[in-house]
Design a protein around this ligand. Structure first.
Ligand code: FAD
Ligand code: NAD
Length: 468
C-alpha cells in the first residue's frame, strides 16, 4: 500500500493549491478527485466558465449598444452564436484544467482519480468509475471536498428548466424569460449574462436588497445600474412554490405586503447559496464532526477533531470563495510542517463580476455601526474620473471607511469598471494598517480608475478630494 505524508481529497482551488504547497515543502503528496478533470467547482463550473461568458456577453453588448458611441459602425446585424460562445467557454475551462494537470506533474504529485472515502483516520479508499478500488495510507489528510448548489425544500432542480448555475453555464438556447431566485453573486452574474444576450431577466430576492452581505451603498448602486440595463428586481419577496408545465416555469412568491405574486418564464435559475459537500466521504469512519450547516468542524488551525485530518475551503465555515480556499490550502500545508502561518479573514476581498464590478474588503458601514466603531466616510464617484469618461464607464464609486480617531482604513467598498482588480490596493493598504491619509499621499497614475481610490482616501482625510 502506498504511504503518503499527505493525501488531499478534492482538487478545487483549496485542494490543488494545498497539494502544490505540500509538495513544495517536501511532502509526498496525493490528490484524490472523483471527476476526470481537476480544478473543482471553480475551474469547471464556477469562477472560470462564468467569467468567460461574462466577457463574451460583454463584448456582444458593447458591439450592439456602445460601439456606435465610439464612432464604430457595424454594417449588418450583430448576432450571437450561443453554441460557439459556450464552446469557447468550454475551451477556456479545458485549457485551465489542463494547466492543473501540468502543475501536478511538475510538482510530482500523485493524482488518484476516484471517489475518496475514509476507511479510518489514516486510510482512504478510492473507488474509480469502473468500480475498481485502491487504498492508500496517509499521515495527514486534508478534506477539500467543496460545495454543491443549495435549493429550497419545495424546489426540485430538474436541471432542464429549473436549474442551478451548473446548467445555466451550458444552455443550448437563450432563455426568453429567465427567473432568478436569489440576488447574490451567482444570480446577478448569470442574470446579467443572459440579459445581455437578449433574455428578459427577473431577479427575486428574499432580503430587502441584493448582495445583502456587502455594503448597502453597493447594493443600491448595483440595483440602480442593473435596472437601467433592463433587469427586473423583486426584492423582499419570499418564494413559496416553483412549478413546471412543459417548457413553462411558474414561480409563486409573497411580496412584503403579503400579496401573492406569480412569475412565468421558460427557465428558473435557483441561486440561493451553496451547501458544503461531504456525501460519500464516510467521515463517520474517522469520527469527524460536522455542524448544523453541514460544514466540517475545524479549530483555528483548520484541524478536525482528529489532529492529523484538516478541512479547508467551501466545506468549512467562512466565505465560499476560491481565494479563501487557496489561502487555507497553503495555511494547512505550512501548519503540517510546523510553520506558523496566519490568515486575516477580515481581509479576504469579495467581488461580484457584473459590469460595473463590485468589490469589497474589510468592514461594511453597517458592521461598523453595529459594532459601535466611530468612523469617517470618504466617497468618490467614478463619473468624476477622466479615465471613466474616456471609456464610458461612469457608474459607481469608491468608498473608504476609516477610524474616526486613528484614520486607519477599516473597509473599502467599490462599484465600477475594473474594481475587481482595484480592490487589491485596498487589501495591501489594510494588511499594512494604512491610514486613509497614507493612501491619499501616494501617487496614483493618471488617468486610471485607481485615482478614485486616492480621491476617496482624500475625501476621508478631512474632505480633501481634489476633483469633485
Ligand atoms: P471545490 O472547488 O468545490 O472542489 C471540491 C472538489 O472535491 C470537486 O472537484 C469535487 O468533485 C471533489 N470531491 C468532492 N468529494 C469528493 C470525494 N469524496 N472524493 C474525491 N473528490 C471529491 N469564487 C470566487 O472566489 N470567485 C468567483 O468568481 C467565483 N465564481 C463562482 C461562480 C459560480 C457559478 C460558482 C458556482 C462558484 C463560484 N465561486 C467563485 C466559488 C468557488 O467556486 C468556490 O468557493 C471554490 O471552488 C471552493 O473551492 P474548494 O476547493 O473548497 O471546493
Ligand atoms: P449567495 O449567498 O451569494 O446569494 C444567495 C442570495 O439568495 C442571497 O441574496 C439570499 O438573500 C438569497 N436568498 C436566499 N434564500 C432565498 C429565497 N428563499 N428566496 C429568494 N432569495 C433567497 O449565493 P449564490 O449567489 O448562490 O452563490 C453561492 C456561493 O458561491 C456564494 O457563497 C458566493 O460567494 C460564491 N460565488 C462567488 C462568486 C464571486 O466571487 N464572484 C460568484 C459566484 C458564486
Amino acid at each position: 500500500m502506498n504511504l503518503y505524508d499527505v493525501a488531499i481529497i478534492g482538487s478545487g482551488p483549496g485542494g490543488y493549491v494545498a497539494a502544490i504547497r505540500c509538495a513544495q515543502l517536501g511532502m509526498k503528496t496525493a490528490l484524490i478527485e472523483k471527476y476526470s478533470t481537476l480544478g473543482g467547482t471553480c475551474l469547471n463550473v464556477g469562477c472560470i466558465p462564468s467569467k468567460a461568458l461574462l466577457d463574451s456577453s460583454h463584448h456582444y453588448e458593447d458591439a450592439v449598444k456602445h460601439f456606435e458611441d465610439h464612432g464604430i459602425e457595424i454594417s449588418g446585424e450583430v448576432k450571437v452564436n450561443l453554441e460557439k460562445m459556450i464552446a469557447r467557454k468550454q475551451a477556456v475551462v479545458d485549457q485551465t484544467t489542463e494547466g492543473i494537470n501540468f502543475l501536478m506533474k511538475k510538482n510530482k504529485i500523485d493524482v488518484l482519480e476516484g471517489l475518496g472515502s475514509f476507511k479510518d483516520a489514516t486510510h482512504i479508499t478510492i473507488v474509480k468509475s469502473d468500480g475498481s478500488s485502491e487504498e492508500i495510507e496517509a499521515k495527514n489528510i486534508i478534506i477539500a471536498t467543496g460545495s454543491k448548489p443549495s435549493t429550497l425544500p419545495f424546489i426540485t432542480l430538474d436541471k432542464e428548466r429549473i436549474i442551478s448555475s451548473t446548467e445555466a453555464l451550458k444552455l443550448k438556447e437563450i432563455p426568453k424569460h429567465m427567473i432568478v431566485i436569489g440576488g447574490g453573486a451567482i444570480g446577478l452574474e448569470i442574470g446579467q449574462i443572459y440579459r445581455r444576450l437578449g433574455s428578459e431577466v427577473s431577479v427575486i430576492e428574499y432580503m430587502d436588497r441584493i448582495i445583502p452581505t456587502m455594503d448597502k451603498a453597493q447594493s443600491k448602486e448595483l440595483i440602480k445600474v442593473m435596472k437601467k440595463q433592463g433587469v427586473k428586481f423583486y426584492i423582499s419577496h419570499k418564494v413559496s412554490a416553483v412549478g413546471r408545465k412543459g417548457n413553462e416555469v411558474t414561480i409563486t412568491a409573497t411580496d412584503k405586503k403579503d400579496n401573492e405574486v406569480s412569475f412565468k418564464g421558460d427557465y428558473c435559475l435557483v441561486s440561493v447559496g451553496r451547501s458544503p459537500f461531504t456525501h460519500g466521504l464516510a467521515i463517520e469512519n474517522a469520527n469527524i464532526k460536522i455542524n448544523q450547516q453541514g460544514q466540517i468542524e475545524v479549530n483555528s488551525r483548520l484541524q478536525t477533531n482528529n489532529k492529523n485530518i484538516y478541512a479547508i475551503g467551501d466545506v468549512v465555515s467562512g466565505a465560499m470563495l476560491a481565494h479563501k480556499a487557496e489561502e487555507e490550502g497553503v495555511f494547512v500545508a505550512e501548519t503540517i510542517v510546523g510553520q506558523k502561518p496566519h490568515i486575516n479573514y477580515n481581509l479576504i476581498p469579495s467581488v461580484v463580476y457584473t459590469w460595473p464590478e463590485v468589490a469589497s474588503v474589510g468592514k461594511t458601514e453597517e458592521q461598523l455601526m453595529e459594532e459601535g466603531v466611530e468612523y469617517k466616510v470618504g466617497q468618490f464617484p467614478m463619473r468624476a474620473l477622466g479615465r471613466s469618461r474616456a471609456s464610458g464607464d461612469t457608474d459607481g464609486f469608491v468608498k473608504i471607511l476609516s477610524n474616526a480617531k486613528t484614520d486607519e482604513v477599516l473597509g473599502v467598498h467599490m462599484v465600477g469598471a475594473r474594481v475587481a482588480d482595484l480592490i487589491a490596493e485596498a487589501v495591501v493598504a489594510m494588511e499594512f494598517r494604512a491610514s486613509a491619509e497614507d493612501i491619499a499621499r501616494m501617487s496614483h497614475a493618471h488617468p486610471t480608475y485607481a485615482e478614485a481610490v486616492k480621491e476617496a482616501a482624500l475625501a476621508a482625510t478631512n474632505d480633501r478630494a481634489l476633483h469633485i
